[in-house]
Design a protein around this ligand. Structure first.
Ligand code: KE4
Length: 428
């Protein structure tokens, strides 16, 4: 059978790009087969190189809350680029972005823009250590915070997908100050603080985990972590790269009523362009160069085009009814999938928070990384391919979150549910 254009492109890509992709999870190693090469996207749809159309639930891994190629976002980028693409100098719109972020997340009094979520978490960790003078960081098994050396320990997302939670190339010395607790295991966090409290600079976590598939914080867990960090003088860093502006305009911290010391943002904040941020309480942020001794920098930080795209995106989602619409669409999808699951004889469970969701196979409930890792990834692969054949493009890994956007129509949702019914029936 002749190769599709995607397959031809993949063969060519593998000659010059490791694995043929610029980010591992895109290679589909977790689900098998050759990855689709995407030609274009608009609204809730993507089209592959062979012209096939799909309903998209990856949404570029979270940024596309408006749907793809929103005309007002494209216009904002076009207008900005007429004045140039990058200056390496401060611009007025960066002040506007900083003010918008601080207004949206009152826990943030000052903010620094960077170009990726990885940069944001890496800088936040360094700043926490610089501010507290303490060496240790506590993260959670399965939480992924980007490919930061000291945080690629028992990480989720692509790292979990590859079954190599700890990456090669990271000397023991780098991770010797990284401690790992179980997500939702408050007793374990308390034991770490009993043993190391005075040495812990910060606790960093995804308040709602997306990178083991969706994990929901148990009642009291986030409050408990906040109380322990305050009690021991450690900083609480909320990695809201995925949940920021996703779960509400004020992020997970607004949903759960937590006041973190620092927050990392990404994805939606850039509207699909390379923009991320880390911010927090003024005394902490004022430790950053050029004011203070903690160094952090970036050639393209606050890039004019990315900030223009981000500002327009945030403007368009800061309106009444937006998160109600996302909730209604996501609840409609959840109800349909649960009804489809009723006829599925195998074990499966659906976790959803707002417009982030994951269908897990092989387990009846998933509440932490350990139960997520017990999933049947082979069945997940068959689910993924079955849905793809029916025109539904899901994240190519059990350990990822899927996303509903404002562009997903009721008919998109109903088509997705119908496809699920057919796939689940054949999976049983
Ligand atoms: P980036 O460096 O990829 O912009 O952000 C890293 C990051 C940090 N924190 C959280 C909670 C994240 O989810 C991410 C990145 N998410 C993955 C998807 N799970 C990006 C997709 C990829 O790695 O290709």
């Amino acid at each position: 059978m002749s190769k599709t254009l995607s397959q031809q492109l993949f063969t060519r890509a593998t000659q010059r790009i490791p694995g043929g992709v610029n980010s591992p999870v895109r290679a589909w190693k977790a689900v098998g087969g050759d990855p689709l090469f995407i030609q274009r996207a608009r609204g809730s749809n993507v089209w592959d190189a062979d012209g096939r159309q799909y309903i998209d639930y990856i949404g570029s891994w979270g940024p596309m809350i408006l749907g793809h190629a929103h005309p007002k976002v494209l216009t904002a980028i076009h207008e900005a680029m007429r004045d140039g693409t990058s200056f390496g100098a401060p611009t007025a719109r960066e002040i506007e972005m900083a003010e918008v972020i601080c207004a949206a997340l009152p826990s943030i009094e000052m903010v620094r823009l960077v170009s990726s979520g990885t940069e944001a978490t890496m800088a936040a960790i360094r700043l926490a250590r610089g501010f507290t003078g303490r060496p240790k960081i506590l993260k959670f098994d399965g939480c992924y915070h980007g490919h930061v050396d000291s945080l690629l320990v028992r990480a989720g997302s692509g790292a979990a997908t590859f079954g190599v939670p700890d990456s090669a190339g990271i000397p023991e010395a780098i991770v010797s100050n990284t401690m790992v607790a179980g997500f939702n295991d408050l007793n374990m966090v308390a034991r770490y603080f009993e043993a190391e409290g005075k040495n812990i600079a910060a606790v960093i976590l995804e308040p709602v985990v997306g990178n083991m598939g969706v994990l929901v914080p148990r009642a009291g867990f986030l409050d408990g972590v906040r109380a322990l960090t305050r009690q021991h003088g450690a900083l609480l860093i909320f990695d809201e790269v995925m949940t920021g502006f996703r779960l509400s305009y004020g992020g997970a911290q607004q949903c759960y009523g937590i006041d973190p010391d620092m927050t990392c943002l990404g994805k939606i904040v850039g509207g699909g362009m390379p923009l991320a941020a880390f911010g927090g309480k003024r005394p902490i942020m004022e430790k950053l160069a050029p004011l203070g001794p903690v160094y952090q920098a970036g050639t393209l930080s606050g890039n004019p085009l990315a900030v223009a795209a981000g500002l327009k995106t945030l403007e368009l989602i800061n309106k009444g009814g937006v998160y109600e619409q996302l909730e209604n669409s996501s609840a409609r999808l959840e109800a349909g999938l649960r009804e489809a699951l009723a006829v599925y004889r195998g074990k499966a469970c659906l976790n959803r928070v707002g417009s982030m969701w994951t269908l897990f196979f092989g387990v009846a409930a998933v509440s932490d990384a350990a139960t997520s890792r017990q999933c049947d990834t082979e069945t997940f692969g068959r689910w993924f391919r079955g849905m793809l054949e029916r025109g539904v493009y899901l994240p190519p890994s059990q350990f990822e979150a899927a996303f509903v956007s404002l562009a997903h129509s009721d008919s998109d949702i109903d088509e997705t549910v119908q496809a699920a019914r057919e796939v689940l029936a054949q999976l049983a």
